[in-house]
Design a protein around this ligand. Sequence first.
Ligand code: SF4
Ligand code: SF4
Length: 613
Amino acid sequence: MNTVVNFASHILQGLGLNKSVHAFNGGVHPPEHKIESSTQPIGQLALPKTLTLPLRQHVGYLPKVLVKVGDQVLKGQLLAEAEGTVSAAIHAPTSGTVTAIDAQIIPHPSGLPDTCITISSDGLDTWTALQPVTWQKTDKKTLVDSLRRSGIVGLGGATFPSHIKLRSNSQSTIHTLIINAAECEPYITCDDLLMRERASEIVAGIEIVKHLLGAQKCIIGIEDNKPLAGLAMRAACQPGQALVQTVPTLYPSGDARRLIQLLLDLEIPSDKRSTDLGVQVFNVATVLAIYRYFAFGEPSISRIVTVTGNVARPQNFEVLFGTPLPDLMSAAGGAHANTSHYIMGGPMMGFDLPNSQVPITKAANCIIAATADLFPAAPPAMPCIRCTRCADACPVNLQPQELYWFAKSDNFEKARDYKLFDCIECGCCSYVCPSTIPLVQYYRYAKSEIIAADKAQEAADLARERNEFRLARIEREKLERAQKHAERAAASKPEISRAGNSDAPTAAPSDAAVTDKQAAIAAAIARAKAQKLAGGAAPAQPTPTAAEVKASPADKQALIAAAIERAKAAKLAAAQAGLTPKNTENVSASVHAEINQTDALREQVQLTKATPD
Ligand code: SF4
Ligand code: SF4
């Protein structure tokens, strides 16, 4: 039977826990199923033969691949470097050869293939040269910049690159560091075992993170169903280092905002970040990874994974990223034959894996072998009866039944108004709904539709802006051209007025000048005709007039043509008159003179053409 816990404060009083822990609204307490995997120590796996590393293992941009197929790599070597502000690097989990860089199915809710780097292990597990950092003697900026190359992301499941959370932010001062060790989802015990076995390393990591954030205070929040972890952490903490605080076992106390509310009685408004109020939250496994990076130079190449559910020996294992799921299952004694599928994460917020061959990634805190007995299919959804149990269970104080109606009727704007995007998809509402309505699916659907519509609107706005910019540019260019034309026209006016003056060679020809040139051409033609009529007398060499010499290129072409005509006419006249060789010589001389004159004119034309405007 579903257990609904509406008032965490009531539980606290019942349990007699520390009164400094506060309450948040709603929450649920599903069967824990933690004992199965938490009785054994953290196990180690045999080195896998091949490891497949998806580039998409974190929130943000994909990293840039630095290796190629055939490259020999060492354990801890950088394979892909963080690219863009929010991104994380990927390192070789063991030594070997890069055998493929291609698309493979990855453990992601989409179930789609994505780019992966495959390494074939050489079995030697040889480390690259590691570079530990004495963090106490290094300035904060250098430390945070160095973390960008560590590949460390939030190991609680959020996979947000850690160096981003540690960047100095002039807008806010962090006074309190919260270590999230609540581990509130059923089945998952990896943080519990980590605290039991490696508490001193965690505390060392807390010291580094406190130093980087400049936080004076640290509170470690642990659910009260992990008493051994609480004891170990208390024993590891020196006075003043951190306060270990148990919180009630109530899902979703591991949500960062809920944990802050529990520990500090501080409700973060939905439009603000916790850092705006001076609080930063890190997962317990993440601070341990940060410690190992600075203390030993070890980049992020492995994590603790809970293997539980329908397996022979549920247990936690330290697993190299890229390890194939079958290797992990074998280590846990294998999944039983009736296993229907695998879940990554917990049953409340996890997702079904697309197949049983996917690799383990940074987000994989738990793998559950599922069966129909463990996770029976939900009965068909019934109509909403407006019982408001969902609202009572919602830790974010939403009205899930209203969100459901709006999502179902595609009234997305209304859903947005009802703070759909504040929903953390914890599933508490679905868990308590007597009508077994898959409420979270409706919210995911509405969110994806709104995001898609927003993106389409953004693209349309961008296209409209670009078009408006283009039209404005065309108009501006038109105006500029018109202005240039006007300036040219204004500049040419005085020149036109001077065009009658032969000392103005570049002026546009005036009507008078054109008339002069036409008259000169007509005179030349008339002379040629007169000579022809004179019947063979050696043609007098016409001397080009000043107007002919100053003529424009087009006019000069006409003059050349006329001169050629004159030469031809003179030659014809000489032939008709039966001139003696002496006379012929005279005619030839006259023709040559005409040709020379023509050449001179042609040269003038060439020179005029070669002169730029
Ligand atoms: S719990 Fe289910 S039936 Fe009740 S109001 Fe919410 S959605 Fe409706
Ligand atoms: S899934 Fe969303 S609406 Fe439902 S209880 Fe969680 S936060 Fe509230």
